[in-house]
Design a protein around this ligand. Structure first.
Ligand SMILES: Nc1nc2c(ncn2[C@@H]2O[C@H](COP(=O)(O)OP(=O)(O)OP(=O)(O)O)[C@@H](O)[C@H]2O)c(=O)[nH]1
Ligand SMILES: C[S@@+](CC[C@H](N)C(=O)[O-])C[C@H]1O[C@@H](n2cnc3c(N)ncnc32)[C@H](O)[C@@H]1O
Ligand code: SF4
Ligand code: SF4
Length: 326
């Protein structure tokens, strides 16, 4: 079966699969008022997930990241991990989590087949962590990170959204942490969502500024991390950890786009900032529908735009990233 490719020659071997919109945190840049149910949520069930993964695997998907909302709030999260891990075409299985349930379940998820984990830790100062996430859970989350390191995950990454006037003083603490700890830090430039211009204007910090500072301090661009898509990665001889920057406002950011998204209710999003998703759910009901589903995927890929709306100055297209999984 031919691989997913768009009109610009980009190949898509990475699926970000959201399994819930629900979240228990209130990150100020994402869900400042917390999760608000939109009617009765009915997220993809295990059968639908298995059919989805099977179809994507058949058209070249090798990496799946389970995301949300907070994916680990699903009671059947471990079963979801197992379903994806059981598909031998999927070589890399990852999740992104706020770390809330990590301490207790890291080993269980690892044993079910999860191999990479990204934990969002926006600050290493517990008070700032609380101010940003709305949850006083810094110690629990950090114990979760330790549990993940102990469980044997091949990669443990920490995501932090760069926020002017909030966590922008934290860089030295983060650097101190990765001096002797083999952690990959991911600094993500704040993206403007439907939350409003004011928040963005007040807190947006250009990733390029962090990049200049890192380069000045002897960090070197590492081109070897080929599966990382649009992130730029840096390493330093004196540090065990690495740093990745996601700078969506940089020119050419989308040229290396390699990922597609499916929402928790089964909608295909060709970009994090597309206007709407295309329903796949009607074709996720049985294994026999796989051929038709694959045809729909190929058809949709032809409509993928070269770059995203943010570059055209159109904002508010995505209300918040919890709805698509970031
Ligand atoms: N605009 C944009 N932002 C992205 C893209 N990929 C990741 N991001 C942002 O970076 C955040 C962190 O991503 P993660 O879920 O941790 O995964 P990742 O950084 O893609 O990690 P890898 O799978 O190792 O590449 C996402 O939630 C988004 O906010 C992308 O393709 N486009
Ligand atoms: C939507 S969350 C879902 C997974 C999980 N709840 C978590 O926080 O890790 C995925 C990632 O999106 C990032 N994110 C959310 N809103 C963002 C925004 N407006 N700009 C940049 N990154 C954002 C978060 O920091 C997080 O690392
Ligand atoms: S970034 Fe993740 S943890 Fe924070 S509110 Fe959004 S979905 Fe929840
Ligand atoms: S913004 Fe859209 S097109 Fe650009 S890299 Fe992200 S998902 Fe791909």
């Amino acid at each position: 079966m031919s691989q997913l490719q768009d009109n610009f020659g980009r190949r898509f071997h990475y699926l970000r699969m959201s399994v819930t919109d629900v979240c228990n945190f209130k990150c100020t840049y994402c869900l400042p008022d917390g999760y608000r149910p939109d009617g009765k949520p009915k997220f993809l069930d295990l059968n639908e997930i298995e059919n989805l993964v099977g179809a994507f695997a058949e058209v070249g998907t090798q990496k799946i990241r389970i995301t949300g909302g907070e994916p680990t709030l699903r009671k059947d999260f471990t079963d979801i991990v197992r379903i994806v891990a059981d598909n031998d075409k999927i070589k890399t299985l990852a999740t992104t989590t706020n770390g809330y349930r990590l301490e207790k379940h890291a080993k269980e998820w690892f044993d079910a087949g999860l191999r990479r984990i990204n934990v969002s830790v926006d600050s290493l100062d517990p008070r700032m962590f609380y101010q940003i996430t709305g949850e006083n859970k810094f110690d629990e989350v950090m114990r979760g990170v330790d549990a993940a390191l102990e469980a044997g995950f091949e990669r443990v990454k920490i995501n932090a959204v760069l926020l002017k006037g909030l966590n922008d003083k934290d860089l030295p603490r983060f650097l101190h942490w990765i001096k002797h700890t083999p952690i990959d830090l991911r600094f993500i430039e704040l993206m403007e969502t439907g939350l409003g211009r004011e928040y963005f204007k007040a807190h947006h910090l250009a990733g390029a500024d962090i990049k200049s500072q890192l380069v000045q301090d002897g960090w070197q661009l590492d081109q070897s991390a080929v599966d990382d898509g649009p992130a730029q990665n840096f390493s330093h001889d004196d540090f065990k950890g690495r740093i990745g920057l996601i700078m969506p406002y940089e020119k050419n950011f989308c040229a290396s786009c390699n990922r597609l998204r499916v929402s928790a209710k089964g909608k295909l999003h060709l970009c994090l900032f597309t206007e709407h998703g295309v329903d796949l759910r009607d074709l996720l009901q049985s294994h026999e529908q796989r051929g038709e589903l694959i045809e729909r995927l190929h058809g949709q890929l032809r409509a993928k735009k070269e770059t995203h709306f943010l570059h055209d100055g159109i904002t508010g297209v995505t209300q918040h990233l919890a709805s698509i999984g970031g």
